[in-house]
Design a protein around this ligand. Structure first.
Ligand code: GLN
Length: 250
């Protein structure tokens, strides 16, 4: 009898240790951050897949929660703040159509790539811009901190940076600028909503970019979990289905 009691006490203690783990439940929650200004990857809507958030990335984040058995929360913040929020522990991961680039990879670790994009030029239907070089004497608008800004910097052209894609498109619609440089899928979405605009591509000027989920440097435990889900969603076609679905509907 004594032995049984001591086994039970040990079991209770083990359960407390396993589930309690320092008295916090943070091990079972993934705190994601995004910038919900980037359709079809993330945007705010009345009833999204994750609360008020919807889009390809939001559906991926939700699936990461389902497949890891972890709770998923989503915090909306400025794109510029995402990497800092990871570094200071405010969020565990950023899912934001974020291009994997060497400079960002110095401060965070990236998951396997899950989407390939490129920068494109959004112009008026009547624009004479046909290549990136044609932007030389034009008024260029980019979104602050996006890879599009870096591309225009690399090309050596002057530009104006706006905080949101919608503000940049408004500027173009009002004739206050000639071209907006932006990621391809998001550009397509805006052009679909604005029939007076068109997309001009120049693959010789803009390299392919790959999106990844960012986590804190060295957080291999979370990164491995995320990679397992991404690999599965890529292999079984879920991510391309989501791409098609959200590009169609939104
Ligand atoms: N892919 C671009 C970048 O990483 C834009 C991402 C975004 O706005 N969400 O800078």
């Amino acid at each position: 009898m004594k032995k049984l009691v001591s086994i039970m006490v040990t079991m209770v203690m083990m359960t407390v240790m396993l589930t309690g783990c320092g008295g916090s439940s943070s091990d079972s929650v993934i705190k994601f951050g995004t910038n919900a200004e980037f359709p079809p990857f993330e945007y705010v809507t009345a009833a999204g897949v994750l609360g008020e958030f919807d889009g390809i990335d939001m559906a991926i984040a939700k699936e990461i929660g389902v497949q890891t058995g972890m709770e998923v929360t989503m915090e909306n913040m400025e794109f510029d703040s995402l990497l800092i929020a990871i570094e200071n522990g405010q969020i565990d991961a950023a899912i934001a159509g974020m291009t994997i680039d060497p400079e960002r990879a110095e401060s965070v670790d990236f998951s396997h790539p899950y989407y390939t994009a490129t920068q494109v030029m959004i112009v008026d239907q009547n624009s004479d811009i046909k290549t990136a070089a044609d932007m030389a004497d034009k008024k260029i608008v980019v979104i602050q901190g996006y890879t599009g800004e870096l591309c225009v910097q690399d090309l050596g052209y002057d530009y104006e940076a706006f905080k949101k894609g919608t503000e940049a498109i408004l500027e173009l619609n009002n004739g206050k600028c000639d071209v907006v440089v932006l990621d391809s899928a998001t550009a397509k979405k805006y052009v679909k909503d604005n029939p007076n605009l068109k997309i001009v591509e120049d693959p010789s000027a803009f390299e392919a970019e790959e999106y990844g989920i960012a986590v804190k440097k060295g957080n291999t435990e979370l990164l491995n979990k995320i990679n397992t889900v991404i690999d599965k969603m890529l292999a079984d076609g879920t991510i391309s289905e989501l791409g098609a679905k959200y590009s169609e509907n939104e």
